[in-house]
Design a protein around this ligand. Sequence first.
Ligand code: FAD
Length: 206
Amino acid sequence: MNKKSIIVAGAGHGGIAAAAHLAKQGFDVTILEKKPKGKLGYDWTDIFAPGALTGTGIPMPDESKYEYKENMTFLSPSLRKPITQNVPQNELEIKMERSDIYEHLINYAKKCGAKVEYEVTVKAPITIGNRVVGVETDKGERLSPLVIDACGLNSPLRTGMPNGILMEKNIGRNNRFYVYRAFYSRLGDSIPEHNYKVYMLQQGKA
Ligand SMILES: Cc1cc2nc3c(=O)[nH]c(=O)nc-3n(C[C@H](O)[C@H](O)[C@H](O)COP(=O)(O)OP(=O)(O)OC[C@H]3O[C@@H](n4cnc5c(N)ncnc54)[C@H](O)[C@@H]3O)c2cc1C
């Protein structure tokens, strides 16, 4: 029996999870990802509820790959006192390196039967009327009866959709935020209460 094919554009958390679930249900799923193998995501420690995995049937990663989030202390430039955030025991979230999350999700998706093609950049949707029938990539056209756009914020599939479709094409300046992670030595003598600390300091005033 010919399995129905599905293209998932983008191997972010969303794309990989969708691909895994669909492959598990018997579809012939291919993820197209512009980044090279082993280079997904960026240097970041994510914090999330384990239910984000278990609630959708994705197994938990190996215990060595994550820790439970601890209480935190925020030091902000506009507040004199640190803010402590105590994590209720019944709402424990886990923290895990983003690269490890990707590895875990990709392994699971592959186990479910999904294929991943790296270094394939999706350029635009191929449409017939208002219907998407495939994608143009830097490696040629790929036709498929179902395309899932999981390219994230700046998706060329979204911006390339025909005008007749009521879809927000561009993300405005006020709709996005930029975050940078850096490590500094702490100045002054304020001692945060907890070991896991987040310092929020105004740029240039640290
Ligand atoms: C700094 C930061 C910290 C965050 N921390 C947390 C956290 O602690 N906990 C939490 O739950 N969430 C966190 N988030 C939010 C979380 O990262 C996003 O919600 C999530 O990544 C969205 O997943 P996605 O699959 O929709 O898109 P993305 O993760 O953006 O994935 C898109 C994928 O598509 C690929 N792609 C893009 N364009 C193309 C193309 N043209 N062709 C082929 N492939 C393409 C990209 O390379 C990428 O792999 C954070 C976000 C940021 C920015």
